[in-house]
Ligand binder design. Structure first.
Ligand code: ACM
Length: 621
């Protein structure tokens, strides 16, 4: 081989090593790259302590990682030469889920003190390896990593009510999230659009509440209510055996599942099954996504069909006791989520019997009535040996001390809850609602709000002045009104969930958008190679429109480095040789389109955006 070729090869190998090691998401607490690299193939034995259950449980996962690369790693009692070694952490005060990972001439060494630590160490090792292998061995750079999570609760929420996701879908969702060290799956199991968990003592919850008439198109817009005698054919639910299977699958991957039973609002599916639990006691149906509420833009709203449980009816608490008894037995985690969000109180306020109850019990208004309900449910949940968590509305009117709050209407509910001594999980709409539109409106499905990757990366779960011991962590939420299947769920979840993963795992001072954006680009390849299609909206220009006097002025920016923004305003393409954007554009009059696209090294990077002047004018308002 010519000297120059050898030099190129060494350069390329070095580049590959750096490529993997410098791109870990979430960023480790500390990482030192060393000179040299370890060559990995099936001859590398796995040596571990069989008496340590945390290590024995990890072996299958470890072997699976290498099996996907075509290597068959065997376990061995001991090894003189290089090996993959697992051992207890030598740290005297190891943090929960912490690990260290060393790669050197002796092989790969993962040290941890609990299962989570070994599992997280394995996820980092996985990111140091390619997804596929073209060569007979793969190389890992010599390095030392010391790593531990910033927060104990690192969650994603999956709504399976608005659309039903199969057991296999949920398992795939878990497979993907654990690669980024998430450890909580918040499973939104019930809502107006379907009840998804079998409760054996209340069979109608699933025989009736899990099924709705089939409708297509945008939720809330033009979806007709059920016709008389129309068969409810869309939906599904998880049997208790399926739930146990998913819970075990998650636990084997260091994930605790937090089930959510959303009450007293969002309960149309319950009321379809048991209308006697509502104030009106009138027959209901499982909502097929029809519009049944009015929103007034300031957070207030009206439900045109009753979807709340009657908090003054003892039968409601008997019902919830049955539900919580079975749910508590299915989910080994500490928390049960009782929802509590967006409870419309109009039907309570209009009911004479509810008003009489309030007078008799000295309950001054409907907020206090909600608080009465929350307190009763909290007691039921704690009687099953579990802690309650709920959306930030459960604070209204006072909340039992032991209950935790999930802050979604911004961070303020979480701050207020922490000031009152409650534990808090932050999942604010502003940074963590991954159902929101993530790219330009002209190329994405629009819902009512936007959340770019860059904005999600700004998520800081610990507000200033708040006792850090009360912030359990943070979570991103995937509501699925507009997400009918797993492929789109992945597209909406990633890469924004990578941003959230870093916000809840990595030290705040290590966060940097340009550095993160570079690493995300590398992970695009990993997703591609895993056959998971995710959003590459960061490869599209960001279009900001302003009205300046009578002019429409457009500012274009690129979320990623090393790009040129090209554009045309004369209704032409391709853009290969079009104008390079250098300064804000004043849009001329006429029937024209702004066409714009990012280029890198002369090649188009993402999608070409095409926005009519009329739409620009609308955006400027
Ligand atoms: C919520 O988004 N309603 C919690």
């Amino acid at each position: 081989m010519k000297k120059s070729n050898i030099a190129i090869m060494i350069f390329c190998l070095g580049f590959t090593f750096n490529m993997f090691s410098q791109n870990i998401i979430p960023k480790p607490v500390s990482m030192t790259l060393k000179n040299g690299s370890l060559s990995v193939d099936s001859r590398l034995p796995i040596v571990y302590d069989k008496t340590d259950v945390n290590q024995t449980k990890i072996i299958k996962h470890l072997q699976d990682v290498f099996t996907t690369l075509g290597f068959a790693m065997q376990t061995a009692e001991m090894s003189q030469g290089p090996a993959i070694r697992l051992s207890k952490s030598s740290s005297t005060a190891p943090k929960s889920e912490a690990y260290s990972l060393t790669v050197n001439e002796n092989g790969i060494h993962i040290q941890a003190n609990d299962f989570g630590g070994f599992f997280n160490g394995l996820q980092t090792l996985r990111q140091l390896l390619p997804i596929n292998r073209q060569t007979s061995t793969v190389s890992i750079p010599y390095l030392d990593i010391d790593d531990y999570p910033r927060f104990a609760w690192r969650g994603l929420m999956l709504d399976v009510s608005r659309h039903f996701f199969s057991v296999e879908d949920v398992k795939q969702y878990i497979d993907q999230m654990v690669q980024y060290k998430y450890n909580v799956l918040h499973w939104h199991l019930t809502d107006d659009e379907g009840w998804r968990v079998e409760i054996k003592s209340l069979p109608k919850l699933t025989s009736v509440g899990a099924w709705r008439v089939e409708r297509h198109g945008k939720f809330g817009d033009g979806r007709a209510f059920p016709k008389e005698n129309e068969k409810a054919t869309y939906g599904g639910f998880y049997t208790q055996d399926q739930i146990k299977d998913v819970v075990a699958y998650a636990l084997e991957r260091n994930v605790t599942i937090v089930p959510e039973l959303d009450v007293p609002g969002h309960s149309m599916a319950v009321l379809a099954a048991y209308p006697e639990l509502s104030v009106g006691k009138t027959p209901k149906f499982v909502n097929p996504g029809s519009k049944f509420s009015e929103w007034y833009g300031d957070g207030t709203f009206k439900m045109l069909i009753e979807n709340t449980l009657d908090p003054t009816n003892e039968k409601v608490y008997e019902f919830l006791d049955k539900v919580m008894t079975e749910v508590a037995a299915l989910f080994p985690g500490k928390y049960i989520h009782m929802g509590g969000d967006e409870c419309y109180k109009g039907y309570w306020e209009e009911s004479k019997s509810v008003q009489d109850f309030m007078k008799k019990n000295k309950i001054k208004d409907s907020h206090e009535l909600q608080s009465y309900f929350v307190t009763r449910v909290e007691k039921i949940i704690s009687s099953k040996g579990k802690n309650t968590i709920g959306w930030d509305e459960i604070l209204e009117g006072g909340l039992a001390k032991g209950a935790a709050v999930m802050s979604w209407r911004g961070m303020k509910g979480g701050i207020e809850a922490a000031k009152l001594g409650h534990k808090v999980v932050m999942s604010p709409t502003t940074f963590a609602y991954i159902d929101y539109t993530q790219g330009d409106k002209s190329v994405e499905t629009n819902i009512y709000a936007d959340l770019s990757l860059e904005k999600s990366y700004e998520f800081e779960p610990l507000p200033e002045g708040v006792d850090p011991s009360l912030i359990l962590g943070g979570q991103a939420n995937l509501w699925t009104e507009a997400i009918p299947h797993l492929d789109y769920a992945m597209y909406m979840t990633y890469p924004r969930a990578l941003a959230t993963a870093e916000s809840v795992w990595s030290p705040a001072n290590l966060k940097s958008w340009p550095d993160f954006a570079k690493r995300v680009e590398h992970h695009f390849d990993r997703f591609d190679q895993q056959g998971v299609t995710i959003s590459k909206a960061i490869y599209d220009p960001v279009v900001n429109v302003a009205k300046k006097e009578s002019n429409i002025v457009v500012t274009l920016t690129s979320p990623v480095a090393n790009t040129e923004i090209r554009y045309s305003l004369d209704n032409t393409y391709p853009l290969h040789k079009a104008n390079v954007y250098r300064a804000p554009l004043t849009i001329p009059d006429g029937h024209l389109f702004l066409r714009t696209q990012l280029y890198r090294n002369g090649q188009p990077l993402g999608r070409m955006l095409q926005i009519s002047r009329e739409d620009l004018v609308k955006r400027a308002k």
